[in-house]
Design a protein around this ligand. Structure first.
Ligand code: MG
Length: 298
């Protein structure tokens, strides 16, 4: 559950217990079901995503098709996730970087007073291209621009959410000057946010736990493309269930950060898994969950 958006196990159980899905008999009518689910209460995006993901898995398994085929999207050929390295001491960051040396990209969390030391620690161990996620951490636009220019010299290829969501004028200015693409994450949660996203960002980070699942996530991807925005596919800390679901939007992705299941120690699911960052499609219909029945029986 993403606590930063106010959700917990308790809030999810409470929300789902309010739903009455009995008027719906057609699991393929995901649009109507999700419209109803969304109307019951605002927020609860991850809880809503759980219904959406279950519906897509049912629809895919009944039609014997993977979800990307239901969406009439091509199968993605080479599809690799970055590995995220969180804020820590330079020693730990060097250790984590070494552990992630097989990944094609690293995603580095910044937004501290020691951002350059963090990048230096990564560069001590690795030449991998880097994504950087500032999580709204820079509050001064000139400093942000200076940082981005320096990061470009360090082999960074994009910067996620450099400034706070509500600093719109500063973000618009930064977008017009930035030598690297800027991607909105906290500032782009649902479809309505994509409408204005090109004022502040070159791209958007689509996460199923923000978008209420695949149905709206797909709409976000289509609108982003129409508006000329780049697309990052991202995640929270998630099980293989949600990561497998997100895989099916892969053909839209310019950047992929779907590593949320890798460090989860109580992940009950097996889905479309990765090896050194590369997704290995298991050709299981639906979202790609393997033997979900064994989970239901627990
Ligand atoms: Mg982010």
């Amino acid at each position: 559950m993403p606590p930063m958006y106010g959700e917990s196990q308790e809030s999810a159980i409470s929300f789902i217990s309010k739903l009455d899905l009995s008027p719906f008999s057609d699991p393929f009518d995901i649009e109507s079901i999700m419209q109803y689910v969304d109307s019951v209460e605002p927020g609860n995006s991850a809880a809503k995503a759980s219904i959406d993901i279950a519906l897509h898995d049912i629809a895919g398994k009944l039609s014997k098709k993977p979800c990307y085929e239901l969406f009439e999207l091509p199968k993605v050929k080479s599809f690799c996730t970055s590995k995220t390295i969180g804020i820590d001491t330079p020693d730990i960051i060097r250790e984590r970087t070494l552990e992630a040396s097989a990944y094609p990209f690293l995603k580095i969390k910044l937004g501290t007073n020691d951002d350059r030391q963090i990048i230096q620690a990564v560069r001590d161990m690795s030449h991998q291209p880097l994504y950087v996620d500032v999580n709204q951490g820079w509050k001064d636009r000139s400093l942000a621009l200076e940082n981005i220019s320096w990061l470009k010299e360090q082999g960074v290829v994009m910067v996620e959410q450099p400034m706070p969501v509500d600093m719109e004028d500063e973000m618009a200015w930064l977008k017009s000057k930035s030598p690297l693409p800027i991607v909105g994450d906290e500032g782009v949660r649902r479809l309505k946010d994509v409408e204005r996203a090109d004022n502040f960002y070159h791209g958007i980070n689509i996460k199923l736990m923000k978008s209420t699942g695949l149905n709206e996530g797909l709409k976000m991807a289509k609108l982003a493309r129409k508006k000329g925005l780049k697309i990052m596919l991202g995640c929270m800390s998630e099980t293989s269930c949600a990561i497998s679901a997100a895989y099916h939007l892969g053909s839209y992705a310019d950047w992929v950060d779907l590593d949320g299941n890798i460090d989860v120690t109580n992940n009950p699911y097996t889905g479309i898994e990765t090896h050194n960052g590369e997704f290995i499609d298991n050709n299981v219909p639906g979202i790609g969950l393997v033997n979900p029945e064994s989970i239901w029986k627990r």
